[in-house]
Design a protein. Structure first.
Length: 59
C-alpha cells in the first residue's frame, strides 16, 4: 500500500503545476508536469510488477 500512497501524493503535488500550465500557460510548470507524469508512469510500472509477482507466487 506504500506505493499507492506515493501515487496519491504525487498526483496531489502536481495539481498546482497542472493549473499553472493549462490556465496560465506557464511552460516551466509544463516541464514539471511532464517529469511528474514520467515518475507516475514509473511508480505505476513498479506496482504492476509487484502485483504480477505476488499473483504468480500465490498460484
Amino acid at each position: 500500500m506504500n506505493r499507492f500512497e506515493q501515487l496519491k501524493d504525487l498526483i496531489a503535488s502536481l495539481e498546482a503545476d497542472f493549473v499553472k500550465f493549462y490556465d496560465k500557460q506557464n511552460s516551466a510548470a509544463g516541464t514539471r508536469v511532464r517529469k511528474g507524469m514520467q515518475d507516475l508512469k514509473n511508480i505505476a510500472q513498479d506496482i504492476r510488477k509487484e502485483v504480477q509477482d505476488a499473483k504468480n507466487s500465490a498460484e
